[in-house]
Design a protein around this ligand. Structure first.
Ligand code: PXG
Length: 462
């Protein structure tokens, strides 16, 4: 019988198979199997439904990716018609095809500055691996093979391959599969609310940026290939940098000829109210990685956009770049990405995030945080936000218990998919969310926060 999802088996049957055969990412499989996974059956707009018929607002756009929202027939048609003509062909061995060339041109158009050449992969992690290999190859071609060190930040997320996890600053990932990749150095994150120790936002932004200069001098400027950072740290809990941070990082990179790489896997494609986070935070990267919102998650595709200064060296020095993936520039994924970008442009989605829905969400969340006893702080811009849950608002004391997970589960019960990053609740809904849907999302969040507060009060009373 051909596989179809139009006459699904029951939720319990799916759960049973899942428990028997499926190993989930970032999951305690034993604990999950004990309670059974939530089976998501369909989605439309900003909503998803589970096998028990519950409707949930997807406050996470899947996994920070369904920017255009669910159920867009245009993207389905783009995949389907491309598959009928050419479902696959590779871009190795002197071949190309129309969708990949058009997508490369479109990415060159929408990215700022001279990011005019594009290398394709399938996931953010692969894009990050590509960046690492590319910057090292670049410096070798420039006659400086010793420039191979990378500098990244604490609490950064750059993916889950060995290279991505090594570059990221997540201790729990490093501990599970050490030894990590050598040649990576780390500086602090620009987390003003949690780490500023009395400094103003602007002062703290400069202080954290200047750690980059200290690190470059410590390891030797001539040994550093690149600095890599997310404009806003996503999986780290939505850490929004002070305005002073990125311009200073850029100044330092230019001073020491260190390549500046923006990991735009979450911020790209409108999340912050501009096409890319670097535009919101006022810096020009030499290289940019992107994924997720590139195809709104409908098919897997990622890309690395490369500035002329680097691309010219890679191309003019001749010779192979010995790197690539079977599905680099997959035609169906490229067609879907093109259609996704067309819709984002023609429907003015990103303009609405900047001038309407973004400020509206941020204002509503600030109202909630202003009055709620377990909310310490809210940060965010456009349609991305992180909310710090605290035991004591005045002293910013954090909970010893895993209150993030309690709140995340209460959100689900209230009909909202949110994500907990430690004791920070993060939101990143589809960019097409409307004001009345934002109202609904924030109402559900408020219910979850109240219930979390009750639970936490009971915990401390016990
Ligand atoms: N860079 C950044 C900035 C990311 O956010 C990646 C690279 C890797 O992308 P792939 O496509 O390889 O997953 C990411 C991915 C979470 C979560 O729990 C976040 C991501 C992925 C999975 C889970 O918040 N970000």
């Amino acid at each position: 019988m051909p596989y179809t999802t139009t006459s699904p088996t029951s939720g319990n049957a799916v759960r049973e198979l899942d428990a028997r055969h499926h190993l989930h990412p970032f999951t305690d499989t034993q604990a999950l199997n004990r309670k059974g996974a939530r089976v998501i059956t369909r989605a439309e707009g900003v909503y998803v439904w589970d096998s028990e018929g519950n409707q949930l607002i997807d406050g996470m756009a899947g996994l920070w990716c369904v920017n255009i929202g669910y159920g867009r027939q245009e993207l389905i048609d783009a995949a389907s018609s491309q598959m009928q003509v050419l479902p696959y062909y590779n871009t190795f061995f002197q071949s190309t095809h129309e969708p990949v060339t058009q997508l490369a041109q479109t990415i060159a158009e929408i990215t700022p500055g001279d990011l005019n050449r594009v290398f394709f992969a399938n996931s953010g992690s692969e894009a990050i691996d590509t960046v690492i290999r590319m910057v090292r190859h670049y410096w070798t071609l420039k006659g400086k093979p010793y420039r191979m060190l990378l500098i990244a930040r604490e609490n950064a997320y750059h993916g889950s391959t060995l290279a991505g996890a090594s570059l990221g600053g997540m201790g729990h990932m490093h501990r599970q599969c050490a030894p990590m990749l050598p040649g990576i150095h780390r500086i602090g994150q620009p987390y003003w609310y949690g780490e500023a120790d009395g400094l103003s936002e602007d002062e703290f932004g400069l202080k954290r940026a200047r750690e980059l200069e200290e690190k470059i001098l410590e390891v030797g400027p001539d040994n550093v290939a690149a600095f890599i950072g997310e404009p806003i740290q996503g999986a780290g809990g939505v850490i929004v940098p002070p305005r002073t941070y990125w311009p200073e990082i850029q100044r330092i990179c230019r001073k020491y000829d260190v390549l500046l790489v923006a990991d735009e896997v979450i911020c790209g494609f409108g999340r912050t109210g501009q096409w890319f986070g670097c535009q919101t935070y006022d810096f020009q990267p030499d290289i940019m990685s992107m994924a997720k919102g590139l195809s709104s998650g409908y098919l897997p595709i990622s890309a690395v956009a490369v500035g002329d200064r680097i691309a010219d060296v890679l191309t003019e020095h001749g010779g192979d770049f010995n790197h690539g993936f079977t599905y680099s520039g997959h035609p169906a994924a490229a067609a879907v990405a093109l259609e996704n970008i067309r819709l984002l442009r023609e429907e003015g989605v990103i303009e609405s995030v900047a001038s309407d829905t973004g400020p509206y969400l941020q204002a509503k969340l600030r109202e909630v945080v202003g009055e709620h006893p377990i909310c310490g702080h809210i940060e965010g811009t456009g349609l991305i936000a992180g909310l710090a849950l605290v035991k004591d608002r005045k002293n910013r004391t954090v909970f010893d218990e895993d209150v993030g997970t309690i709140c995340r589960d209460e959100c689900t019960k209230a009909g909202l998919i949110a994500r907990a990053c430690g004791n920070r609740i993060v939101l990143s809904p589809p960019l097409v969310i409307r004001r009345e849907e934002i109202d609904e999302m924030v109402d559900r969040l408020r219910i979850a926060l109240d219930r979390t507060y009750e639970q936490v009060s009971n915990l401390s009373a016990a």
